[in-house]
Design a protein around this ligand. Structure first.
Ligand code: GLC
Length: 609
């Protein structure tokens, strides 16, 4: 047989052989990364015990877990940011159990219907898994469903902290939950139970302030308002955070070079940690907290997500917390450079669900490897999955009907806006009122209004609104600016002039009152860390210009925390801390013009001189 093969034919044979090898490698890799599917298994069955709402939850959990593969169990332990999902069919393929919208991560059109349809698409993909375990979908609706166009934007927690009114806070939470549930989202990363002891921290406004008892009382009220439902399951799952001690992170110790406080170190001793920061979590657990988020802080040199003493010995064993612990954004993978080792340490410390939040494939392969090597035991995984599934059943995910478009009309309705307006009223704190200038009469002859935050819903709302870092303007939010509220309130004979920079051509008679609404640009988290929170030069200039044209001057401060106004306050007749009031600016004028009394008190210390 003539084996003489021409060079060109040999090349062709080699190329074909190489191509076959490449294809085989690709198939193997794809097979090995996708979960092993037992061909004999019967999927999509109905009328199984875990699907029966009449059975006790623990029986349903036991039945469901008995049917789950290791891959399906591990899929329940991962929390992925929705923009990191490469096609909804990956939710099915990798048995993903939880998704979140990171700040501002919504559908292209942020309308309520678009949100509802997006969530329902994700849930359908989860339903297509062998056992049809529904997704837990989480979001930071920390002052209303802030990413959804037209939603009611309530005052941020720092303002609610100034109300010291648990009943009001409960109603705020209930209204928020109803707007969330209308879009099919049943997990809110709130309340924040941090006790804020350093106002240089960008998260200060997310807290109820620096008094542990006030934080505990309002945090529990918020949790109860969020979860209360007549249907026997949680309306929306509340999520106390960030366990534990973030309010005492030391300035300048952040792991992240872009920040000064966030992701920082805590050095207080355990007794102080317990006396200050544990109280709100203890009260929350006693009031049915069923998921707790661990912060990304480091306590005495160990990251909280790596701390077995905090998470298992104290939280789970000593306090008897039987829900699940979820880690915070990428907070596990910062434990050490090896993702595998970080996962092993975090899950063995007590983390039950990992907000990776990006890659699910290497999470699953690392967890399967850790299970097979024994670095993470089957018992630990079963414990975590049992906790997670129990809470999913308690939240009614297996039983409640899918949210429908008809329910969307509740979003931003008048009843909710009235609750928000009441919260704004009760959060206003009068810092200075020389000669009882306030409240102002509605029938003044002439008022001039200026300042960066007078006609700016984005500044009123602050961070976590429309975008993660908030917006600086009047798009994406439906509401009433403080300027509009003033215009709505005064008598028809009162002349009102507005100029953001304070440029008024008054020559002869001065305005009766000048109102300058100043404050901070929106920010969130570490991006709000600052050495010294102060007013901008533009705002200070506007104040000077208005002062020169007015008989009396009122300063309204729209901020997430106290600002350093020590050298200026003495020159102003009245000063009002309005915090971050949200969409209902009319609540500010309700007290400014005397329809309601000033009742707010400082949630954190504010030194005026
Ligand atoms: C963030 C925050 C946390 C938030 C989570 C999800 O980084 O620390 O408060 O709930 O990520 O957005």
């Amino acid at each position: 047989m003539n084996f003489n093969i021409s060079r060109s034919n040999l090349m062709i044979i080699l190329i074909i052989a190489l191509s076959v090898i490449v294809v085989l490698i690709f198939i193997f890799l794809n097979q090995s990364s996708s979960p092993a599917i037992d061909e004999k298994r019967i999927c999509h069955q109905t009328n199984l015990p875990y699907q029966n709402p009449a059975l006790p939850i623990d029986e349903r959990v036991t039945d469901l877990m008995s049917r789950m593969t290791d891959e399906e169990k591990i899929g329940q332990m991962v929390l992925i940011e929705k923009n990191s999902i490469h096609g909804t069919n990956d939710i099915t393929k990798y048995n993903i159990g939880a998704l979140l919208s990171g700040g501002g991560a919504g559908p292209k059109q942020e309308t309520p219907l678009a949100w509802l349809m997006m969530i329902n698409d994700f849930q359908s993909a989860a339903k297509d898994t062998c056992l049809g375990i529904p997704l837990l979908y989480g979001i930071d609706a920390i002052h209303g469903h802030g990413n959804v166009l037209g939603a009611t934007i309530f005052p941020h927690a720092i303002g609610l902290g100034a109300t010291k009114d648990p009943d009001l806070v409960k109603r705020v939470a209930k209204a928020t939950a109803d707007e969330m549930a209308a879009t099919g989202i049943y997990w809110n990363y709130a309340p924040n139970l941090d006790v804020a002891n350093d106002i240089r921290w960008g998260k200060t406004y997310e807290t109820f302030g620096s008094n542990p008892e006030n934080v505990a009382q309002l945090g529990v009220a918020y949790l109860e308002g969020m979860q209360d439902s007549p249907n026997g399951y949680f309306n929306v799952l509340a999520n106390p955070k960030h366990f534990i001690g973030g309010g005492d992170m030391e300035y300048g110790t952040s792991r992240n070079k872009k920040f000064m406080v966030e992701e920082g170190n805590i050095t207080i001793d355990e007794n102080t940690l317990r006396q200050t920061h544990l109280i709100p979590f203890q009260k929350a657990i006693a009031s049915k907290a069923r998921v707790i988020m661990v912060g990304t802080a480091t306590w005495q040199g160990k990251m909280n997500s790596d701390n077995h003493h905090l998470l298992t010995e104290i939280l789970k064993n000593e306090l008897g917390f039987s829900g699940f612990i979820v880690s915070d954004w990428y907070g596990v993978y910062q434990i050490e450079s090896s993702k595998y080792n970080s996962l092993v340490r975090a899950v063995n410390a007590g983390i039950d669900m990992v907000m990776t939040p990006f890659d699910y494939k290497d999470f699953i392969s690392n967890m399967l490897a850790a299970l097979s090597s024994g670095d993470i035991t089957k018992e630990r995984i079963d414990d975590a999955v049992k906790r997670i599934l129990t809470v999913k059943f308690e939240t009614g995910l297996f039983d409640r009907p899918q949210a429908q478009p008809e329910g969307l009309s509740i979003i931003g309705n008048n009843q909710h806006r009235e609750i928000a307006r009441e919260a704004v009223r009760k959060s206003q704190v009068l810092l200075e009122n020389k000669n009882s200038l306030l409240p102002l009469p509605k029938s003044l002859g002439k008022i001039i209004v200026a300042g960066s935050s007078a006609d700016n819903l984005g500044r009123q709302a602050g961070g976590w609104t429309t975008e993660w870092q908030g917006i600086d303007g009047n798009y994406g939010i439906v509401g009433t600016t403080i300027l509009e509220a003033i215009q709505n309130t005064v008598s028809k004979d009162t002349e009102i002039d507005y100029n953001k920079n304070g440029n008024f051509s008054i020559t002869n008679n001065l305005a009766d009152v000048g109102i300058v609404v100043v404050g901070e640009k929106p920010y969130a988290e570490g991006w709000g860390d600052t050495a010294n929170p102060i007013l901008s030069s533009e705002d200070l200039t506007a104040i000077e210009k208005v002062k020169a044209k007015s008989k009396k001057i009122v300063i309204i401060i729209v901020s997430g925390r106290p600002l350093d106004i020590k050298e200026h306050a003495k020159n102003w007749d009245a000063i009002l801390a309005t915090w971050l009031p949200g969409s209902e600016g009319q609540g500010v004028t309700d007290v400014l013009f005397g329809d309601y009394p000033f009742t707010g008190t400082l949630p954190v210390k504010w030194e005026l001189n």
